[in-house]
Design a protein around this ligand. Structure first.
Ligand code: C2E
Ligand code: CA
Ligand code: CA
Length: 962
């Protein structure tokens, strides 16, 4: 609070003296005041209080001012009287420009008023010291004006100087070489270029305007900055019109403000610099006063929080509430005795939590602190990620049990981890840091590849280095390793470092090799299997094309009667035999040649780089020789032979399968020619094989056509009469199939039945034959009542007989053709060969018995050609024995045949069976068979196989054979 003043205001004009008072109060004074409007009031008021001064408005009449002064003088009270001029409607206190304190205590208060006036020197003012005469007052005033450093002057309306001091002369005119004197026109004395400006200033003031201007001079001896205040001087004598006062002149006050300007500029510059520097900091900068208020912030902080810097100034620390940690830190720091401090804190910026490194520093005698916050979120994240990946890598390496290497490509030094060395059987100190330590241990077969891979990666041609290779262990064995690595590159993509790992994959490699071996080898004998054999054979074919003179051969070996060994001694012994054969033959095979087991009892041998065919036949001879001595299996001597087919590469093969097929064909030939021998494949064999294939194709087509039941069918039945040798009568017919091939003409059943057998086509064909024969029999029974009973015998091949549903088929056909019905004797006979029965004698017996329940008669065909003994006959429920035509044809020329026929007939009769002799071609045959007591005869002597429509005329003609 300011000083208290007691003021007595004499102003008859203003309604309210408070307008004077307000100005003083604005200067920081506390006023106790009273307003009087007349001399009487004044006299009373003056005596009542101890006034600090009396304020008289200058527009009051001279009488009033004179009376007031008289009253003050007469009262003997030492109180200053201040006469103020100016427009009382303005809210400004008017006071003296200067004042001599008359005496005592009030001097300071007057000085305060003066200082207040100095800020508003627009008003002319006079101080009248009540205790002094007027001339004295004026002398004092002049001295006062003269002694002040400020320029003071006044002009009349014609710009003539009325009052001026030497400061004015010095500061405004000395530079122009003008010596002022009273009454001089101030505008005219100025240099021409300044006249208009100054005229303007003076005129403005003469119009009643109070204003200030600032002048700046760059002239030595003259203050650089001057503030000039212009105040109109209101005429004392003029009319009492307050609103339109008469202007008598202008009072001008020039004040040297150079120091203030300089200080201001310096402060401004310092401030600007400070702000500019801090604005350049790429972090949040704020500065605080000791009472924890923001003094400012930099632009970065402002933009970070999206606020304007002005909004921060004067605000309490923590008003943003964005980071409690920050406020706590700053508060603690400012209140501490520390000069500087730092901390990492978290702050929420635009909804995102970020990390800051905050550094604080005190300045201005510890009365302020500047705080800088740097966003280190990204750095922390990077550090964190780096640490994590390092940990992860360390863990991975530990877990993987891998060896590591790190290669400085600039120095060519390579670091091998202890584990890397240990994997190769070395202690840490035993392996140096040169790349040769690595490369010299790589298996020679993989070294080039490894170095090529390395180069490819270093050159940037492959994204990473990865290779499986063998490494020599300290114990001189090789271990499989997986080496992987990655290059580190500089800005030009040039690798300067490469690091990687080494993993022992020996176990995996072994497993892989085992799998590969298993895939390519026969599990039983350990020989190559078909896949590997064909692969090698394929390579040999390729080589023979590239390399003239290169020849190879394939031997296809099949054991003779291996099935007998398997069936009689069991599969285990069979397997043992196969293994034993493999082991015995292995030494015969040259290194580099391929010995394989294709399956069952089939072996193949690929011999390469042979001179001629004799190399192959010599090997075959050697094999036959090796197999001559028995194999001892479980204490039992087992003998075996092999049939071998040989194929040479002279046929210009493209596919290995073709070579194999031809060797197989030759092997079949060897078998057909009596087994235990070898045959060389020739083109005739091939042609035969091809023809067979063609036959098969045609047969399929023919059967398909036949199935449609069209009239153009290619199959036809023939019927060969069977004659009763005692009566000469026809007892029945054997049905024989014929195939009329559309291009080849008649094809004999001897050639196509085996093919139909092998392909299974015999099954549908056989059913058709049975149906046809039954149908025919039915018709004959109907048409030839004189010749009854007539029979038809139908051939059943091995494959047909092996059908599980044969019984059902036969009974169904019998039903369909009505043969099973009626009182006529059922005269269907089935011809079955010995070999069909011997395939599975037990099952055959059962089937034969069942077939007999249908009333069908059973004949054993081609008897005597198979390997069963005569005693077998009694085991099976046959009705008729057909003696093979080979015995009949030799009758009369060969005594043995006659004996065999006699033995068969006798045995058959003993077992209650009848006998049919096949192949009766001559009267001699007929006679001998009659003599041998055979019941029936069949052959060209009686008739060739007949078409169905020939049968009627045949039956009606007188037989010529009896
Ligand atoms: P197979 O069952 O031994 O038939 C007898 C063969 O001897 C027939 O030959 C017949 O024509 C022939 N033949 C008859 N009399 C004489 C003769 O006096 N002298 C000579 N040298 N041969 C004579 P075919 O018809 O060529 O049949 C051959 C083989 O084909 C038959 O031998 C039989 O095993 C089979 N076969 C024929 N037809 C059929 C059939 O319909 N089904 C089945 N599964 N096999 C049949
Ligand atoms: Ca037959
Ligand atoms: Ca026969």
């Amino acid at each position: 609070m300011g000083k208290s003043l007691r003021v007595l205001i004499a102003d008859p004009w203003a309604d309210d003296g408070s307008r004077w008072v307000r100005g003083l109060e604005q200067r920081g004074f506390q006023l106790i005041w009273q307003q009087v409007k007349s001399v009487t009031e004044f006299t009373v008021a003056l005596s009542q209080q101890g006034w600090d001064f009396v304020l008289v408005h200058s527009t009051s009449s001279d009488d009033l001012i004179g009376e007031i002064l008289t009253q003050v003088r007469e009262s003997g009270i030492a109180v200053p009287v201040v006469v103020v001029s100016g427009n009382p409607t303005e809210n400004v206190t008017v006071s003296t420009t200067s004042a001599d304190a008359p005496s005592g205590k009030t001097g300071t208060e007057l000085a305060s008023i003066v200082s207040a006036v100095e800020y508003h020197p627009h008003y002319a003012a006079r101080v009248i010291q009540s205790s002094e005469p007027v001339w004295e007052r004026e002398a004092n005033l002049s001295a006062l004006i003269e002694n002040t450093e400020d320029a003071i002057w006044s002009i009349d309306p014609q710009y003539r100087v009325v009052v001026f001091n030497s400061a004015f002369q010095q500061q405004f005119y000395t530079v122009y070489g003008v010596a002022l004197s009273q009454g001089m026109n101030l505008v005219d004395t100025l240099p021409a270029e300044l006249r208009d400006v100054w005229t303007g200033y003076y005129d403005r003031a003469l119009r009643g305007d109070r204003f200030s201007i600032e002048l700046h001079y760059d002239v030595p001896g003259v203050p650089a900055d001057i503030e000039v205040s212009f105040s109109p001087i209101v005429a004392k004598d003029g009319s009492a019109d307050v609103a339109q006062p008469q202007i008598a002149g202008v009072a001008v006050f020039g004040r040297n403000i150079s120091d203030r300007k300089r200080a201001e500029a310096a402060t401004l510059a310092a401030k600007d610099q400070f702000q500019a520097v801090l604005d350049a900091v790429p972090g949040c900068v704020s500065w605080f006063s000791a009472d924890l208020k923001y003094l400012g912030i930099n632009r970065y902080l402002a933009s970070t929080f999206n606020v304007s810097p002005e909004n921060f100034i004067g605000k309490e620390l923590g008003f943003m509430a964005s980071s409690p940690g920050f406020s706590e830190f700053v508060e603690e720091f400012i209140t501490s005795s520390l000069k500087e401090s730092s901390v990492e804190i978290a702050a929420r910026v635009a909804g995102e939590l970020r990390s800051y490194l905050v550094v604080a520093q005190k300045y201005a005698q510890n009365q302020a602190a500047v705080v800088v916050g740097i966003d280190i979120t990204d750095r922390l994240e990077v550090e964190e990620a780096l640490r994590e990946s390092q940990e992860r890598y360390a863990l991975a390496v530990q877990g993987a049990n891998d060896g590591l290497w790190d290669w400085n490509l600039r120095t060519d030094a390579i670091y091998f981890s202890p584990r890397w060395k240990e994997m190769l059987g070395y202690a840490d100190g035993e392996i140096g840091n040169s790349p040769t330590e690595w490369f010299s241990r790589v298996h020679p077969e993989e070294l080039d590849w490894l170095q090529a891979q390395l180069a490819a990666h270093l050159d940037g041609r492959s994204p990473h280095f990865e290779i499986e290779h063998r490494m020599r262990h300290k114990d001189d064995t090789y271990r499989w390793m997986l080496s992987r690595g990655l290059a580190v590159r500089d800005r030009d993509q040039k690798a300067y470092r490469m690091a990687g790992s080494q993993t022992d994959i020996t176990k995996r490699k072994r497993a892989e090799e085992q799998l590969l071996h298993d895939a390519l080898h026969d599990g039983l004998t350990g020989l190559s299997n078909r896949v590997l054999f064909l692969d090698r054979l394929g390579q040999a074919i390729e080589r023979s094309k590239r390399q003239p003179g290169y020849q190879f051969a394939v031997l296809f070996l099949d054991l003779d009667r291996f099935k007998v060994v398997n069936d009689s001694l069991g599969h285990v012994v069979g397997d043992q035999l196969l293994v034993a054969i493999a082991r015995r033959l292995e030494p015969c095979i040259k290194f580099g040649d391929t010995f394989a087991r294709l399956g069952e009892d089939e072996f193949t041998i690929l011999i390469e780089d042979i001179k001629d065919v004799s190399d192959a036949t010599r090997l075959a001879d050697r094999i036959h020789l090796e197999l001559q001595s028995p194999f001892n299996l479980n204490g039992q001597d087992v003998f075996t032979t092999a049939s071998i087919g040989i194929a040479l590469n002279d046929a210009k093969y493209d596919r290995p399968e073709d070579v194999l097929r031809n060797a197989d064909t030759a092997m079949y030939r060897a078998k057909a020619l009596g087994r235990a021998r070898h045959e060389l494949f020739d083109t005739a064999m091939h042609d035969r094989a091809v023809a067979l294939l063609q036959l098969e194709t045609d047969l399929r087509r023919a059967i398909a056509v036949n199935d449609l039941g069209r009239s153009c069918q290619e199959f036809h039945m023939r019927y060969q009469p069977i004659v009763n040798l005692r009566t000469g009568k026809v007892s029945g017919f054997e049905s024989l199939i014929r195939w009329k091939h559309p291009t080849r003409g008649w094809v004999s059943p001897g050639s196509f039945i085996p093919v139909a057998e092998e392909t299974g086509l015999i099954v549908p064909l056989g059913q058709w034959i049975l149906k046809e024969a039954c149908h025919q029999l039915k018709q004959w029974q109907h048409h030839f009542p004189d010749h009854l009973p007539l029979s038809v015998s139908v051939n059943l091949s091995t494959r047909q007989f092996a059908q599980p549903d044969l019984f059902e088929q036969v009974s169904q056909i019998l039903c369909q053709t009505d043969l099973a019905k009626g009182d006529l004797k059922l005269n269907l006979k089935l011809e079955i060969t010995e070999s069909a029965i011997m395939e599975n004698p037990e099952a055959a017996t059962e089937l034969l018995k069942k077939l007999k329940t249908l009333g069908v008669q059973l004949m054993i065909d081609d008897f005597g050609t198979g390997y069963s003994s005569l005693s077998y006959l009694q085991r099976f429920p046959f009705d008729v024995v057909k003696i093979d035509q080979s015995f009949v044809s030799r009758l009369g020329t060969d005594g043995d045949s006659e004996e065999i026929v006699r033995a068969i007939v006798t045995l058959a009769h003993n077992l209650g069976m009848e006998v049919v002799a096949e192949g009766v071609e001559t009267a001699e045959h007929r006679d001998q068979l009659q003599a041998l007591n055979a019941e029936y005869g069949q052959g060209y002597f009686f008739a060739k196989p007949l078409a169905a429509d020939q049968v009627a005329s045949f039956l009606s003609n007188t037989p010529h054979w009896m």
